[in-house]
Design a binder for this molecule. Sequence first.
Ligand code: MG
Length: 372
Amino acid sequence: MMESFAERERLLLAPYAMHSADSAGRKHPEPLHPYRTPFQRDRDRIVHSAAYRRLSYKTQVFTGEMGDYHRSRLTHTLEATSIARTLARSLRLNEDLVEALALVHDIGHPPFGHAGEDVLNECLHESGGFNHNRQALRIVEELEQRYPRFSGLNLTLEVLGGQAVRADRKGRHRPLLESQVVDAADSVAYDTHDADDAMELGLLSLAELLEVPIWGLAAERVRRRYAGLAGHELRRAVLHELIDWQVGDLLEQASAKIDAARFQSASAARAAGTIVEASADLAALKVELERFLHDRVYRHPQVLKMRSNVRTCLSEMFAGYLRRPELLPKAFQERTEQAGPSRCVADYIAGMTDGYAQGEHRRLFDRTPDLR
Ligand code: MG
């Protein structure tokens, strides 16, 4: 059966794609599955993990208490995955590998998004710090307990390697094109949906966004097709246009480089540096949008208030568990000798959903900060 998958991939995928027959395998060797490729299996292991399910109750930018329209960490992950698969299929890359990489890319986020990450990083400043990309590796390599013979999910070395590249930005490892696609799709997703969410919450108006060059240009592109659109209809059309424009641009740029280089293998393509990236013009427009979002959304007084409450909640909880490690679940208590108490406390807190963290804080301190 596996041979037919190899054959199917040979027919469908480009020579520079990561073919599953060429996978370097898993840390704990396992027989091939009769009807799933190794990367399909990785995707399924991720989807069935507890850490993945918890993404539905974790903050992307705005907490669940602020409303129910905006993205959670899970719906962000699904939007990024959908965009990544589109890119992968168009470039004839390994869509199963891309899907696994995209579904796992944010699995290491603690409760309350980057606010939570910053607090844990400070709490761990003397023991290596905290980073959500590295935490994703800890989860899939050690913390998830799903199989009798090993800790973690025993994912293929390609999925672990892709996540390791995200965790190590010093460029020691060059990413596969499949990893590059996920990175690009992540950026398309959040640059687009964070503005949409901020508008829905009333932190930004459409008129203000249309002053930002990338939004103004996208609106012009929309009006060429639908003259006279305004308000909600214009907003929706511009959001679609922004994704379509960015994806089209990425495909155009990547295809031109791939056509020129004629890569014959995944390793040749990965050695060539960044292939999947926005054109210089669009990249500059995105930088400007991100600067705007940084000032107007991520630094909005309402978001800053949430951040400061998160700081209180998580840092008190961190200190509380360090003082009373007997309150940690048994599995985390047992790991303290091997990993050190502060790392174990951080692992426990990082695994919590937003609501669970608030509940635990209440249990420890008998009061809960307002997280709206
Ligand atoms: Mg992401």
